[in-house]
Design a protein around this ligand. Structure first.
Ligand code: CO
Length: 603
């Protein structure tokens, strides 16, 4: 039995899962040389959201980060997560952009490319896999793990064999929602190895279900080669098992990782400081395991999204109906895993089905998915469902080719555009621009503004982001005031002068509070009831009015589209709930409306 290797995730998935990917390059730099001495199997430090977030929120160049880490960690294999044909975004890119990206990522220092497709569609993985092999880099192809009647142990073993045949150097079982049980982990790994599987197997799981430590032990029993972990200060919950804990757990066993625990403790001290710096991003739900995920398979992040979407729609009482609708929609759509982007498709469609009737409201994303634009669904979608969603001419709309076959090459075009703008400083910039045309361009123009800098962090207790953190632990907290010496700001809300009676004598006492104060209240301030008129038509959802389809004086029928509203990031039609003449219109295009906002008078 070989030692188990550790893939350290602290520089990528750990902070993406727990700290909204906000760890900055300067938070990493001081500890890199020490991390380089540990002897990790690999350090995952790039890809996923670590491309988008630095450009969008940190005003930092992801390519600079890669080069810096490469320079400071010459002895460690650096890994990136590559979303197959989506690269580091959420749409398909043409092959030339995928190939150039892999080339420059390798050239700047990536050793191991972890390639995955949420639908396990090999056609989506083919170009990036070949590109990695062509570079001579280490190809770690993934099987995305989920639970459904089609995702059997045999399905996974067969998929791993396919990945091996296509030249994978190692294979990752990527359990991105943290649902794998000890038995499934054992059966899949043992089955693959017993049937002659040659590739080293790396198990990547999140701690969400609370079973992950046990699953890692059973994976070890089955002969797993590598396990994925985070340094403990940013670990567990929606993150991954803690590195130090796993190293301790296997110490003096046949699976001993051989990593130096004293060195890990020094690294831990560094990341404890970093975790404090980003304390405003900590959420109670993200810290605890949620075993219910294995029953309903809806990741915690998706539930909190649904809750906030339903709250905005004034329909939070429908949450149970939506949670019941999700598995039905998922089955009808051929069991896509509930991870981004397919979790968004299933989740929003389930909300729409409950609020407006089954498949009555169809966001563009649902249409694209059913057409095959994301790739092949794990199980077939029935013709009835295709017709229900796409209409009678569904056969003309569905594609059977690889989605990226529909895309034209982009590299030369994007390069020329950047040159013409006078912004081309390095070839890598073409990729930044091609993958993130708005955010990337703003960054390359030098117009990006960081949401915070290191000097701003940690945020004070009365910063809105800190308040959001406190409210996740104490939902009843209404307002938070901070006083240093003299009360200021909202001080009127808190009495600071008191008349105190002592033995029948009145004393006047003045209080100068120090430090942070939390004022708890009943919450939910008084909200003016929506105005109503005879024949009033009210918005059925919260959102922004995109267009008004009728004018005052028009006759409308019940069910006629009278406006469109952007809700839940998708455009939705608003239909009149009764017929008559439009006497008055109370909203303009661009207005924000709540559920129940009076939009029109129809008499
Ligand atoms: Co992950």
């Amino acid at each position: 039995m070989e030692k188990i290797g550790i893939t350290e995730l602290i520089l990528r998935d750990a902070h993406q899962s727990i700290l909204a990917t906000r760890m900055r390059t300067e938070d990493m730099e001081p500890i890199l040389e020490k991390m380089d001495q540990v002897g990790y199997w690999a350090v995952e430090m790039w890809g996923g959201a670590t491309f988008d977030v630095p450009l969008r929120y940190l005003n930092q160049d992801p390519w600079d980060r890669l080069r810096l880490i490469r320079e400071k960690m010459p002895n460690t294999k650096l890994m990136m997560l590559l979303r197959a044909q989506n690269i580091v975004a959420y749409r398909n890119f043409p092959d030339d952009i995928v190939q150039k990206f892999v080339h420059y990522a390798h050239k700047n220092g990536i050793d191991v490319f972890r390639v995955f497709d949420a639908l396990n569609d090999l056609r989506n993985m083919d170009t990036p896999m070949k590109a990695v092999k062509a570079e001579g880099a280490h190809l770690q192809a993934c099987v995305s793990y989920t639970i459904s009647p089609v995702h059997t142990t045999e399905y996974y073993i067969k998929f791993m064999q396919d990945l091996e045949k296509r030249g994978s150097d190692s294979i990752c079982i990527k359990d991105m929602a943290g649902m794998i049980s000890p038995k499934r982990a054992y059966d899949i790994i043992k089955g693959y190895k017993d049937q002659g599987g040659k590739c080293p197997v790396d198990l990547h799981s999140h701690s969400t279900s609370g079973m992950t430590g046990l699953a890692y032990q059973r994976a070890a029993d089955a002969g797993v080669d590598v396990l994925d972990t985070d340094m403990s200060p940013i670990a567990e919950g929606t993150g991954h098992p803690a590195t130090e804990s796993v190293v301790y757990a296997f110490k003096d066993t046949e699976w001993d990782t051989g990593l130096n625990i004293d060195l890990l403790m020094e690294i831990r001290d560094h990341f404890r400081k970093i975790a404090k710096k980003y304390r405003h991003l900590i959420r109670m739900e993200a810290l605890r395991p949620d075993p219910s995920i294995v029953l309903h398979q809806i990741p915690g992040g998706m539930i909190s999204n649904l809750v906030s979407q339903l709250e905005m729609q004034g329909a939070i009482d429908k949450l149970d109906d939506v949670l019941k609708e999700i598995p039905i929609v998922r089955e009808e759509l051929g069991y896509p895993p509930l991870v981004t982007p397919t979790s968004q498709v299933v989740g929003v469609q389930a909300v729409m089905n409950v609020l407006f009737g089954r498949y009555k409201n169809l966001p563009k994303e649902t249409l694209d998915y059913v057409k095959g634009m994301y790739g092949k669904s794990p199980a077939p979608i029935s013709d009835d469902i295709k017709e229900l969603i796409l209409g009678p001419d569904w056969k003309d709309q569905v594609i059977t080719c690889r989605p990226a076959d529909l895309l034209e090459p982009e590299w030369d075009l994007r390069k020329k555009e950047l040159e013409d703008m006078g912004l081309l400083k390095q070839e890598e910039d073409v990729l930044t621009y091609a993958i993130y045309p708005q955010v990337g361009l703003k960054f390359l123009k030098g117009e990006a503004v960081p949401e915070f800098t290191t000097d701003d962090l940690p945020l004070p207790i009365d910063h809105p982001a800190s308040k959001a953190m406190i409210k996740s632990f104490f939902p009843e907290v209404k307002e938070i005031f901070v006083y240093d010496e003299e009360p200021k700001g909202g001080a009127a809300a808190i009495p600071t002068e008191f008349d105190v009676e002592v033995d029948g004598e009145m004393f006047e006492v003045k209080v100068n509070p120090k430090g942070g104060f939390i004022v708890a209240g009943a919450g939910g301030g008084a909200e003016a009831p929506p105005t109503d008129v005879e024949g009033g038509f009210k918005s059925p959802m919260q959102g922004t009015v995109l267009s008004i389809k009728v004018a005052e004086g028009d006759k409308v029928e019940e069910g006629q589209v009278v406006a469109t509203v952007e809700a839940m990031k998708m455009e939705t039609e608003v239909k009149a709930d009764h017929g008559g003449e439009v006497k008055k219109i109370y909203v303009d295009e661009g207005d924000s409306v709540e559920t129940g906002t009076l939009m029109m008078q129809i008499l």
